[in-house]
Design a protein around this ligand. Sequence first.
Ligand code: BG6
Length: 285
Amino acid sequence: MPVKTTTDHYGIVDKVVLMGATGSACVVHTHGATITSWISLGKERIFLSKQAIFNDVKAIRGGIPVVFPQFGPGKLPQHGFARVTRWEFLGHKDSVDGVQARFLLTENEKTVASPWPYKFRLVLTVFLGETDLKLSLNVENTDTREFDFTSLLHAYFRTNDINGTRLQGLAGIKYVDKVLGTRDEVNPEEPLVITGSTDRVYVDAPDSLALSFENESESLQLTKTGFNDFVVWNPWIELAKGMSDFGDTEYQEMLCVEAGSVDSPVVLPAGQHWEGVYTMSVQKN
Ligand code: BG6
């Protein structure tokens, strides 16, 4: 049985657990289609705050929430409505390589009355292999009008020690520094090691990055296609203290490396599709 589901008191699927043949597993909450766990080769790879709130209202703190149709603040609530809306579980499919599950979000009464009133079909396909997790986000414009959006897969990766966590592959790439409020900064150092509050949008970033952990024998290969940018975020000490759903010292245990198209919006004419894919794979060092 490669997929197990649980339902809420209305009988609607609220959680889906994908199970791979060799012990890999992935948990998806239909609230926001948020992945809250990915276990590969016996180890949890995803950070979920111990203080995350599961009330089907708030965004889940940690995991991999889907940001759509707005990244950051704007006319809609921060990071858009997809991460705070219940998605529909469309079912699963097995293959020799693993198991995949699909989730659907379309417009509802609230979204058509919002500042982003369009009809759309958003499908998240989650593919779980033995050593990889592949997320593909497909946006279809089912409206009669063109629309634009920004979007990302807000992945929180787990680390035992932020000081020994290294991100490789961003050398020479310009970034927007949301902490300093500047543009066109360039990494002085490679690999990137987080030493303070970090909130950067690497614009038109390379498709492949490596996330490694000191004294550990495995690293993560992070690969995007379709998405233009990578966002790197760690709240560090002061911001962490101000977040009610995040422990004061949990900044030491996580790093967000988010694949998205956020610096320039994606423009999608009526009837057209767009797809962004984010694949994370465990590699032996
Ligand atoms: C990141 C943004 O993607 O998400 C940050 O770049 C933001 O600016 C962070 O603080 C967390 O956002 P939220 O809404 O989940 O607290």
